[in-house]
Design a protein around this ligand. Structure first.
Ligand SMILES: NC(=O)c1ccc[n+]([C@@H]2O[C@H](COP(=O)([O-])OP(=O)(O)OC[C@H]3O[C@@H](n4cnc5c(N)ncnc54)[C@H](OP(=O)(O)O)[C@@H]3O)[C@@H](O)[C@H]2O)c1
Length: 333
């Protein structure tokens, strides 16, 4: 009889907390070129919830293990593996189902390591949201030191990383949220402003920025929120949409498109990871840069709660509520 470890699985799509179940999975033998990783931490992101409900851009064949990112310790290596050692802490390769206690992956897909000391939770969140923030600031339009950007859903993890990375790059940020709380974390001394969304947003942005031109709007919400960002942009400005949190189509008036030359574009990390606009060397260098900021604390996301795998239904329900930070799974706790 082999050893069994826990994993979360879904065999159908639907209401996320209803479709997830915990199963026992037999530990597979480690073939040449493969490694076994004990998963330390894995976040629950909106894209995982969308996948569970069947609405994400790429859906796995079912049954599947949810989760797409995480961090873990190498426990065993197969024959011929030389790029990783037992005991090293590694980023789980993108899109490996991570809501499980252990995973077997190809050693050649490991391209980022972390020091084995330190809390793994912030490290576990490097794969998806930090490079999305990087793409939004570095791949859409050219931004120079001192330029302003505006974003919504700013208290999301991506929003927090956008603000932190913008500060590292010398950019000023207007951060829009839909409720109070996050404003307390936003520091004016770094050139950041936080405002609550609303119909008079444009006037309040003009007042807060003293009418400074804003080149880029970063939109995770879509619907009417897209138009409210567009209203705040200078002529020839760009909206980069990367999320569909409202579930509504992006709204953008033809007056803005035609007479003010406002453009709307999309950013999707998955395409970048698959090589659209990037090479493996560039991706490696971006992840190494972001790793430095995560280790030294310049980039971090608030965490509201941690759960083990047996508590998966509660964890998923919690992730679907209004909250002040991420819900993170600690599969081996
Ligand atoms: N395109 C890409 O490549 C890419 C990559 C990574 C993430 N994303 C997207 O980025 C977004 C943020 O992800 P995350 O992991 O950073 O999120 P998160 O930390 O889990 O936070 C969720 C955020 O969504 C906000 N929100 C939820 N429903 C909303 C609505 N109807 N209107 C306005 N705000 C709403 C929440 O605001 P409250 O706190 O007020 O509830 C909170 O700020 C998601 O849409 C995700 O799918 C896209």
């Amino acid at each position: 009889m082999g050893q069994y470890k826990k994993a979360v699985q879904f065999s159908r799509t639907g209401e996320p907390s209803e479709v997830v179940e915990v199963i026992d999975m037999e530990t597979s033998s480690i073939k040449p070129g493969m490694i076994l990783i004990d998963i330390e931490a894995a976040a629950i992101n909106p894209s995982h919830l969308l996948t569970l409900s069947g609405g994400y851009g790429v859906q796995p064949d079912l049954p599947a293990i949810p989760g797409a990112e995480g961090i873990g310790i190498v426990k065993e290596i197969g024959e011929g593996v030389s790029n990783v050692k037992v005991g090293e802490r590694v980023m789980i390769p993108p899109y490996t189902g991570t809501w499980r206690q252990e995973a077997v992956v190809k050693a050649q897909n490991i391209f980022l390591k972390f020091p084995s000391e330190g809390n793994p939770i912030q490290m576990a969140m490097i794969m998806a949201n930090p490079p999305t923030a990087w793409l939004l600031l570095r791949s859409v339009i050219k931004l120079d030191v001192g330029d302003w950007i505006i974003q919504n859903a700013s208290n999301s993890a991506v929003g927090q990383y956008v603000m932190q990375l913008a500060n590292i790059y010398g950019l000023k940020t207007v951060n829009i949220v839909r409720r109070k709380g996050f404003d307390e974390l936003v520091s004016d001394s770094k050139g950041n402003i936080c405002l609550i969304d609303g119909p008079d947003l444009k006037e309040r942005v003009v007042e807060a920025t003293k009418g400074s031109p804003i080149k880029l709007g970063i939109d995770a919400v879509a619907g009417d929120a897209t138009q409210r960002l567009a209203d705040c942009l200078e002529e020839n400005g760009t909206i980069a949409n990367y999320g569909l949190l409202s579930g509504e189509p992006c709204s953008l008036s033809p007056n803005d498109i035609i007479f003010r030359n406002i453009s709307l574009t999309g950013v999707w990390l998955t395409m970048w990871l698959r090589g659209r606009g990037s090479t493996q060397e560039q991706r490696q260098s971006v992840y190494e840069e972001l790793r430095e900021y995560i280790i030294d604390g310049r980039m971090h996301a608030q965490v509201e709660a941690t759960y083990n795998l047996d508590q998966i239904k509660d964890a998923v329900k919690h992730a679907m509520k209004k909250r002040n930070g991420k819900i993170v799974l600690l599969p081996n706790n």
